[in-house]
Design a protein around this ligand. Structure first.
Ligand SMILES: Cc1cc2nc3c(=O)[nH]c(=O)nc-3n(C[C@H](O)[C@H](O)[C@H](O)COP(=O)(O)OP(=O)(O)OC[C@H]3O[C@@H](n4cnc5c(N)ncnc54)[C@H](O)[C@@H]3O)c2cc1C
Length: 522
């Protein structure tokens, strides 16, 4: 059976970028929109799960252990190790009452973030509570754990290291969006090199950047994608010590996509799950619609514009390579790289950090657990207990989450993943003598392209309006010539830029304060 329908805009992918763009097109611009999503649920990589008895629920669907694995695959994430085994975790209902993400999602600037600005504009605000406090584990110094106090020297740092780190942070805070275009041409490593930093200061700033960008090696990070975040700290009056990294209450970050979908539907738009785009129809250099794979065969939908939110390494699954210059295709398929996160989600029976003098609501850094050994950068750990700042765990219980920046290639090497996982498992037991009794379960999930597909330093991002096919647009955490940053906030800004490119509007200035806007126009 073949159906034919027409929309002003069709959107491929129901993640933050796709639903954000569709909501604006429908609500602010009165466009007819269709969003198609190949997964049975919306959210894309920002998908989260709630344990219910011996199942987990995502977007109203109940899943068992194998269902969870399939669902995580849609978020480009897989399960590498669990304790006890995943089937036992499910059969024993150990996830009951816990909310967890495909990986840990720490949303910088919480209720002052870009995504919150977008949700506010759509009239669908969601509370994004932040951590409270910042702690540091000096692994090389015998695992001393320090709660960092406001305006006091970092106890693990030398006097000189602290002074230099604060100087560099002050310089970062002065790098506004207007400076970011020039900073895109150099790496963060090059920028840090101009600061003449002692090793301890360099290490701290490197982990700070990795916790934001998912890049373990500053040589891979365009300086303009990180420094304005620090300037944002000044603008929004937040920092790691006062609290700056948010999560969402049950049902987790999927609530963001669900709020956006609500707006799409209220404004007459459509969202179709379980619907994979087979290809974008391109006729005479113009995108005119999409062909969908359905159980009934191929269905064609025509549209005035097509927005593709598939991360750029994978766009040729729906776009014909012949429609684009060969070097452009090669750039995205072969030369871009995936910034991955190796995450652990742990259920705890009690607050284990209290014994160490650490407030469990803290954001906790533990850099340099593995150095050398063929990893791109040092392996650094960022930890937090999001279940203590938001409603995400059963009464009296705790979540504890790990996030470790590795590249896509490292993540696809089982030995490299196992080495990190084993190291951490050993460390837990050494650090917390009652760990075995305190832990209910532990789930390790590598995600090779979690924080998106990144370009080489000095290379421009793909713009939101295709330079090669008329009527084709891109939105997503790494699309937009004027975008800086990444993650959920990157996807939010990109969605708005994409809508502005289609409609000739200026929603960007209407939705975001200056510190959240893109690189200067022109
Ligand atoms: C483990 C992990 C940890 C993360 N940590 C953080 C963090 O701490 N902070 C932060 O801000 N961000 C984090 N992120 C990144 C954040 O989730 C993403 O940047 C954001 O969700 C990207 O949204 P998007 O809409 O651009 O892309 P996506 O969410 O990837 O959306 C693309 C959508 O397209 C769909 N699709 C693909 N092919 C087709 C097709 N042929 N037909 C139809 N649909 C298709 C996909 O199923 C998907 O839903 C993390 C992600 C992961 C996985």
């Amino acid at each position: 059976m073949t159906q034919r329908q027409h929309f002003d805009v069709v959107v491929i992918g129901a993640g933050i970028a796709g639903l954000g763009a569709a909501a604006l097109l429908a609500k602010d611009l009165g466009k007819t929109v269709l969003v198609v999503e190949r997964a049975p649920f919306i959210g894309g990589r920002a998908v989260s799960f709630v344990g219910k008895g011996d199942k987990v629920v995502v977007d109203g669907i109940e899943l068992d252990a194998s269902g969870l694995k399939k669902a995580l695959a849609h978020a480009r994430t897989f399960v590498s190790a669990t304790t006890p085994d995943l089937e036992a975790i499910f059969e024993n209902g150990l996830l009951d009452g816990y909310t967890f993400e495909a990986g840990g999602h720490g949303l910088f600037w919480g209720n002052n973030s870009r995504v919150r600005c977008l949700l506010d504009h759509l009239g669908e605000a969601i509370d994004l509570p932040v951590n409270n406090g910042f702690a540091f584990v000096d692994h090389a110094g015998g695992d001393a754990a320090w709660q960092v106090a406001p305006r006091q020297k970092y106890p693990w740092m030398s006097e000189q290291g602290y002074v230099k780190a604060m100087e560099a942070l002050r310089d970062m805070a002065m790098c506004g969006v207007e400076d970011a275009a020039a900073l895109m041409k150099i790496s963060l490593a090059d920028w840090l090199a101009t600061k003449d930093l002692p090793a301890d200061a360099y290490e701290y700033l490197k982990v700070l950047a990795a916790s934001q960008t998912g890049h373990a090696d500053p040589a891979r990070t365009p300086a303009g994608d990180f420094l304005p975040y620090m300037a944002t700290a000044r603008s929004v009056g937040m920092n790691l010590i006062t609290g700056s990294v948010a999560t969402a209450h049950e049902p987790g970050t999927i609530a963001i996509a669900q709020a956006m979908e609500k707006v799409v539907l209220q404004c007459g738009g459509q969202v179709r799950r379980n619907t994979a785009v087979d290809h974008v129809i391109i006729e005479n250099g113009k995108a005119t619609g999409i062909a969908l794979r359905t159980v009934d065969g191929v269905e064609t939908v025509t549209a005035g514009a097509v927005i593709c939110t598939i991360p750029q390494r994978h766009i040729f699954s729906v776009l014909a390579r012949e429609a684009f210059p060969a070097d452009w295709v090669r750039l995205h398929e072969q030369e871009c790289w995936g910034a991955g996160f190796l995450s652990a989600f742990i259920g705890l029976r009690r607050d284990v950090w209290k014994d160490k003098g650490i407030d469990e609501r803290s954001f906790i850094y533990m850099p340099g657990i593995i150095r050398g050994e063929g990893y791109i950068g040092d392996v650094d750990v960022v930890m937090w207990a999001m279940g203590t700042v938001a409603r995400r765990s059963p009464d009296g219980k705790r979540t504890f989450e790990f996030s470790i920046a590795l590249t896509d290639n490292e993540m696809r090497d089982p030995q490299k993943v196992k080495r990190v996982t084993d190291w951490c498992d050993d460390w837990f037991r050494k650090m917390f003598p009652t760990w075995k009794e305190d832990v209910e379960f532990c789930i390790w999930t590598p995600s090779p392209e979690a924080y998106g597909i990144w370009r080489a330093v000095g290379t421009e991002r793909v713009d939101v309006k295709s330079a090669h096919v008329e009527g084709l647009y891109f939105a997503g955490d790494q699309y937009g010539r004027r975008l800086w940053g990444g993650g959920i906030d990157g996807a939010s800004l990109s969605a708005v830029m994409c809508v502005d490119a289609i409609a000739g509007s200026n929603l960007e200035d209407a939705i975001f304060p200056p510190h959240h806007r893109g690189l200067p126009r022109g």
